[in-house]
Design a protein around this ligand. Structure first.
Ligand SMILES: Cc1cc2nc3c(=O)[nH]c(=O)nc-3n(C[C@H](O)[C@H](O)[C@H](O)COP(=O)(O)O)c2cc1C
Ligand SMILES: [Mn+2]
Length: 454
């Protein structure tokens, strides 16, 4: 496995050059990188983008790292198809980080007054956004009571040269640490790692129980311990091979307006906990690469969260119903849709499974259950099953008043409705799905290859 972001980029250049697109033209810090990502997505293209020349800054910027599931797989050593099943095995044996002396991230050190966040290519993504946002930073912190470490992704707005705004709206572990420190009138020390190996980013987007440190999950996904080094101004260990570290404190009693930011729903959100981070140090490599994640409903923002969320639900569903075959949270439904396939053994089972998924994942709003001949990753097949195996008066159910994601702009109040659609074929249905001849398929596939259309 590769050991840091830059060796991962070298690996892609050498082994999978189609996965990386280098842009030599000058781009502006405002909007251009987002536009590149969104326009390529419209064309069905999701390469990692390496911007050599960002106007006014000496550092290159990498975006779209997590936009393809295949590339996330390359990052953590799993085939795209194994991302769900392999996750469980790979994440089981946690490997704690290993303190080292040699830390490229300390090549340049700025302390106190010398710190200026304006010196780094922190972009503005959308016109509606409140300003420049750090979106690709992994926030490292420790539980103030137990000392257990934590990784987390949080949007951070650049307020001024030494101040960032943050929103801890998803009420994760970082939010809980901050809440407890704030009750004591104490700040919470944080370090923000920018430009890290994909295994660390994937671990950062994972919600482990508060008693478990995601840095040890990063080690498990990497297959070896993450090399870490003591931060300069806070009592935290940070990835020694990161491109950049920002150190600081979340203040206990200071709040400032933050937002809006284009969120994964495809809408701008001003919902914010309005936290303030006072920055005390920045360290980075001399020739650092800045890593950004395009927010909004971008493939990478959505994929990075889904890569650990789907296996968590799938494992629990599969433990109760081994006849569940596959599960997909499709990109088109932001975080609110789920397609699940199963080999139904008793009548009503698809409904039972859908109820379980609603119980396990409060973000899920609409589920389509299909038979195992339908590929849940192929939206056309799922919608074909809905068109041909589903009757709304018989196969649809709605459950009102369940916890839901508060960023859903269609919600009124704090609870939402759930809809299950059973698009599995009834056992007595006389319908026979048409299939093409397997023998002919083998033959024609060869011919298509010869024609350069394979
Ligand atoms: C790119 C990205 C951006 C995110 N931004 C935020 C954010 O601004 N605020 C927030 O509360 N959660 C955000 N999340 C979700 C949390 O990072 C995620 O739930 C994390 O696993 C929580 O970790 P923790 O419970 O260990 O603190 C984001 C996730 C991703 C992948
Ligand atoms: Mn956590």
């Amino acid at each position: 496995m590769t050991e840091d972001l830059r060796s991962f980029l070298d690996f892609l250049r050498a082994e999978h050059p189609e996965e990386i697109l280098e842009i030599k033209n000058q781009v502006s810090l405002e909007y251009d990188m987002t536009t590149f990502v969104m326009e390529l997505a419209k064309r069905g293209k999701y390469p990692l983008l390496f911007f050599r020349d960002v106007k006014g800054y000496p550092y290159p910027v990498v975006v779209n790292t997590f936009a393809s599931r295949r590339r996330i797989g390359y990052g953590i050593g799993l085939e795209e198809r194994e991302l769900i099943s392999g996750w469980k095995t790979r994440s089981a044996d946690r490997i704690p980080p290993r303190p080292v002396e040699d830390a490229p991230v300390k090549e340049v050190i700025h302390l106190g007054e010398e710190v200026d966040l304006n010196d780094y290519p922190i972009p503005v993504h959308f016109e509606i956004d409140g300003g420049r946002y750090i979106t690709g930073g992994v926030v490292i912190a420790r539980d103030p009571d137990t000392g257990v470490g934590n990784l987390n992704f949080t949007r951070m707005q650049l307020h001024d040269q030494r101040t960032l705004g943050a929103s801890l709206h998803s009420r994760g572990d970082l939010w809980d640490f901050q809440r407890r420190q704030s009750e004591r009138g104490q700040p919470l020390e944080v370090a923000i790692a920018i430009g890290v190996h994909p295994a660390i980013s994937v671990a950062g987007a994972t919600n482990l129980p508060i008693t478990e440190d995601e840095m040890a999950l990063a080690g498990a996904l990497l297959g070896e311990s993450v090399p870490v080094v003591q931060a300069e101004t806070v009592d935290l260990l940070v990835p020694a091979q990161a491109e950049m570290i920002i150190e600081g404190q979340i203040l206990p009693d200071t709040f400032e307006d933050e937002g809006p930011l284009g969120e994964y729903t495809g809408y701008a959100s001003s919902r914010s906990t309005r936290n303030v981070i006072r920055v005390s140090a920045i360290t980075h490599r001399k020739d650092m690469i800045y890593q950004d994640i395009v927010p909004g409903a971008s493939a990478e923002h959505l994929n990075l969260s889904k890569v650990s969320r789907v296996p968590r639900t799938f494992d629990a569903v599969k433990a109760a119903f081994p006849n569940v075959v596959d599960m997909n949270y499709p990109m088109s439904g932001t975080h609110y849709h789920c397609y699940v396939s199963l080999k139904q053994t008793i009548e009503g089972q698809a409904r039972q499974i859908m109820m379980l998924i609603f119980g396990l994942d409060p973000y899920i709003k609409h589920i389509i259950a299909v038979d195992s001949d339908v590929d849940v990753y192929d939206e056309k097949q799922v919608l074909w099953a809905l068109a041909t195996r589903f009757q709304a008066d018989r196969d649809l159910f709605v459950v009102p008043g369940l916890p839901a994601n508060l960023l859903d702009p269609s919600m009124e109040g704090k609870v939402g409705a759930k809809m299950g659609m059973d698009a599995t074929m009834s056992p007595d249905s006389p319908a026979v799905p048409i299939q093409i001849s397997q023998e002919s398929l083998q033959k024609i596939r060869k011919q298509l290859k010869d024609l350069g259309l394979g």
